[in-house]
Design a protein around this ligand. Sequence first.
Ligand SMILES: [Zn+2]
Length: 364
Amino acid sequence: MTMKFSRLTAALGMIWALGASTAFSQTFSLYTLESKDHIELDRIQNGYEIVGRDGSTYQIYVPIEKAQIFQKENPRARLKSRDVDAEWKPTFNTQPQFVAGYHDWQAIQDYLSNAVATYPELASKAVYGQSSGKRELSYLKLTSPKSKVNGQAKRKLFLDAATHGDELISTEVLLSLVSELLEGYGSDQRLTAMLDQTEIFVSFVVNPDGFVNQNRYEGWTDPNRSYPWPGEPDKVATPSIQALMKLFEAQRFDGSITFHAYGKLLMFPWAYTYTAIPNKDDYAMFNALTDQLAEENDYRHGTIADTIYVAKGSSVDYYYWKFGTKALAVELSTSKVPPASRIPSVVDEAREMVWSFIENFYKN
Ligand SMILES: [Zn+2]
């Protein structure tokens, strides 16, 4: 196992290629607003983005060029940060040690090839489409060659990261956990069972264009507001999301987690409305499941609408609505890009939640 470990993790040592600062094309300001008025909040959510909530104080991202208009429209809003990424943006370009440990796009491609070459029995790679910017969309499929004792089909799970291209910690957490699964197979009883009992599909970067350009969007569209939803069933999603929708349609995943950052939240449908999902058994299942998964890391949990705010066109709503997937959304950490030295602690924070999620599909 030692040889395999060092061969797979060789790719982990690569650092982000230091690009020009022009890569950071979008700057957001962070405002907070204390409000209980849903007409006011709906109006804000339509033009801007509510990213978090603390009691009745909402955190709102505003593109810097719209900050003046926003402040005029919402005189009670308080400016918390003129540039939310200011803390890490300059160091990202000038201090390689800050980002050593983060994978760039090429390092992720190398990681995929390396995983398949090192663990041909456990890992395979497949391409499921192309982004707007013609970048390859791929997943790694993890499972052991063992069939289930009872002859049943293995349950299929899907894990993804970087739907918002600037939420870099989400990709790093998945890379670390996938390495642990592959390296632990055959020696760690718990991890071995996971690959014997399930098929786990992992997309490390859902939105490669945003990832490469270091911003949230695919083109100028928020991919996680572009899904069709019950109020807008014919909505046309971004190309990367359309490809993912087709993959879900073909594979019919039993469960999924989409990883975002930040906020330390664990959430389930609906996002588009405060009304609970109509199926009472499913609603109870989601509550019990998230209670259990958040037991160790104490992530705040509930529906997306209750936990943050109403958001239309998000992934969990679509996958649950169309395919009945046990679809969860996680907001990791307290930063989109914590210093690389803190990556292991974010992995620690997520690990038990993810392992318990996987086990849920064969233990209960
Ligand atoms: Zn996100």
